[in-house]
Design a protein around this ligand. Structure first.
Ligand code: KG4
Ligand code: ZN
Length: 329
């Protein structure tokens, strides 16, 4: 919940139910949403010390995402807008990640660039105002968060593996193993080649990143190799993901001449990325911004803040609006 752009509460229900499956199970996610939505809205109102009847507008995530979960949120928001006779505001999840940079001081000046890195997306966005932004580069296959999570899975780590790779990488040597850097034109990204290189590298117990039947290690060799080198493997994977991200961000700044630069999305919680981003900012004289940790991973505050700016711009929607799994930006 927010008042005039100031966050009053940021309540999130974390779904533990998926851990045992190694990834999010869509049907379980929407069922958990149904169970959580009323208690979460209640808790948000209580924490903000605002009674329901004082709410002046309601924002919800329209897209992109898992359709079952989006439907629960959108139907709830529509019902509340109808019952309270207040404006309804549809929010784009990825735009909200960008707007997380406008929640607390210091804030970037417009126009700014934002590298948005999450479990489902990797984008470079040029943001001209809170309600005017465009994607100028994005992944052509896996997202950066997926690259972290899929690598972690290959290493036998639980889901979501990104934070664990971050943790082990802190103790490892990032130059020990060299993973390939993809050649992708313009400002776009690719992570699927890296994933395949890591798969073969582990199958070969570190001897090669190319599939070679004669090198294939036994399961025991593989497990020993991972156990003995986990920190260096994690540091080297993380190093490559970061270099892929930051070389395109540098290119985007040079091409556009924009030097206010932000990070956003779950992967911006990564300590290696944060550090390398700040260092790059110093080298190229950027003003750099990273949202506080709780506004990097998925959160309610960024939806509320985006709702506030859309409300100011009169961007309301009517009750015929529907949630969409995929969306046109
Ligand atoms: O933005 P987000 O919370 O959800 C989506 O919109 O997808 O991003 C989740 C992603 C996951 O892939 C997770 O592994 C990754 O963010 N992540 C991290 C870290 N914390 C979260 N990746 C690397 N290092 C972290 N510390
Ligand atoms: Zn997200």
């Amino acid at each position: 919940m927010s008042r005039n752009g100031q966050i009053l509460s940021n309540i999130i229900a974390t779904q533990k139910v998926h851990e045992q499956y190694g990834g999010v199970v869509p049907e379980l996610a929407s069922r958990a949403h149904m169970q959580n939505i009323v208690p979460v809205v209640d808790a948000a109102l209580k924490k903000a010390e605002v009674p329901l009847k004082e709410i002046t507008a309601i924002a919800f995530t329209q897209s992109p995402g898992l359709i079952g979960s989006l439907l629960v949120g959108s139907q709830f928001a529509k019902s509340l807008a109808l019952a309270l006779d207040i404006p309804l505001i549809a929010v784009h999840h990825m735009q909200a990640h960008v707007i997380a940079n406008l929640i607390s001081e210091p804030k970037p000046d417009f126009p700014f660039l934002c590298l948005t890195v999450s479990g489902g997306h990797t984008q470079i966005v040029v943001c001209r105002s809170a309600t005017d932004m465009d994607v100028i580069g994005e992944t052509i296959d896996d997202a950066a968060g997926e690259a972290f999570d899929k690598s972690a899975k290959l290493l036998g780590l639980p889901y979501p593996g990104g934070p664990l790779i971050d943790k082990y990488a802190a103790r490892g040597n990032p130059d020990r193993f060299r993973f390939p850097e993809p050649k992708v034109p313009d400002l776009d990204f690719s992570f699927s080649g890296l994933k395949t290189a890591i798969l073969y590298f582990l199958q070969n117990a570190g001897t090669s990143q190319v599939y070679r039947e004669e090198f294939l290690a036994t399961e025991e060799d593989r497990q020993n190799f991972i156990r003995e080198n986990l920190a260096d493997i994690c540091a080297s994977i993380q190093h490559r993901i970061i270099s892929i991200l930051l070389s395109k961000l540098k290119k985007a700044s040079l091409q556009t001449g924009i030097t206010n630069i932000c990070l956003a999305g779950g992967v911006s919680a990564n300590s290696g990325l944060r550090k390398a981003f700040e260092e790059m900012g110093k080298r190229y004289k950027w003003r750099t911004f990273i949202p506080p940790f709780e506004y990097c991973t998925d959160n309610a505050a960024m939806i509320s803040a985006t709702g506030y700016y859309k409300h100011l711009a009169g961007q309301h929607t009517d009750l015929s609006v529907s949630a969409m799994a995929r969306s046109v930006w």
